[in-house]
Design a protein around this ligand. Structure first.
Ligand code: C5P
Length: 242
């Protein structure tokens, strides 16, 4: 993807990992004017359903619906259509669902008048070598990410979710792909359950298009200040002052 370095506010995606709408909307209110993308994941979506997607859209945000679909192709095609109808502009499917499922997702998106951007989740950023081995994958996370990305790309999906540790290899293999990178931790912050992490500056330098940040913003004493600091780090990483 090509970017204007000044547009960092459209390249930071804040994960609204909350149990109910009130906290999510409070944070959204603090982030208005700072960033344009908010991510709704399983916790919030299962509590609030499509109404939270509608409300965030009404407030002018773009919504990344991160439900990581993984089911049979026919079910996934329907889920993609429903998610798009709900207002999701970006959504995730698990690459591990296989080529037929990914192709069904891509075809469903392409059939829509305003196709959402589909992202194939490669290897979760909380997975390391040991976790992968436990589910029967002997390869390193890096090799598995590339394998799944090639498979997803052949099935018609040109956006990937991976960790910052794989972003450089992915960018080399897929110059035009949309690379969406979670597991971002500004220097000095806690890693929590994430294993394959990087700073915002490092992820951008290696070729990330979008950075997904949750707890470093949602758990901060001043979330707006935390988001501003991350945006500032992103702007200086791309050589553009504030
Ligand atoms: O709080 P934290 O910054 O770790 O949040 C990261 C967000 O990105 C969470 O919402 C998580 O579900 C999501 N995510 C991830 N790893 C992936 C895909 C999505 O951490 N591979």
């Amino acid at each position: 993807m090509c970017h204007d370095g000044r547009n960092m506010d459209s390249r930071l995606i804040v994960a609204l990992d909350y149990p109910q709408a009130a906290s999510a909307l409070e944070l959204a209110g603090r982030l208005e004017g700072l960033c344009s993308w908010l991510k709704v994941g399983l916790e919030l979506y299962l509590a609030e359903g499509n109404s939270i997607v509608h409300e965030l859209r009404r407030r002018g945000f773009s919504v990344f619906l991160d439900l990581k679909f993984h089911d049979i192709p026919n079910t996934i095609a329907g889920a993609v259509r429903s998610a798009a109808a709900a207002g999701a502009e970006m959504l995730t499917v698990h690459a591990a669902g296989g080529p037929a499922m990914l192709a069904a997702a891509a075809a469903a998106a392409d059939s829509l008048p305003h196709p959402p951007r589909l992202l194939a989740v490669t290897v979760l950023t909380s997975m390391d070598h040991e976790q992968l081995a436990a589910v029967g994958v002997a390869d390193s996370p890096a090799r598995q990410v590339l394998r799944l990305a090639h498979m997803a790309s052949a099935a018609g999906i040109s956006g990937f979710v991976a960790s910052a540790q794989e972003v450089r290899d992915l960018r080399r293999s897929f110059p035009a792909a949309a690379l969406v990178i979670p597991g971002i931790r500004p220097s000095g912050s806690r890693t929590e359950d994430q294993k394959r992490i990087a700073t915002p500056a490092a992820a951008l330098a290696d070729g990330a298009d979008f950075l997904v940040v949750g707890r470093p913003i949602t758990q901060a004493a001043d979330p707006a200040a935390a988001a501003s600091a991350i945006l500032e780090e992103m702007r200086s990483a791309s050589g553009v002052g504030s």
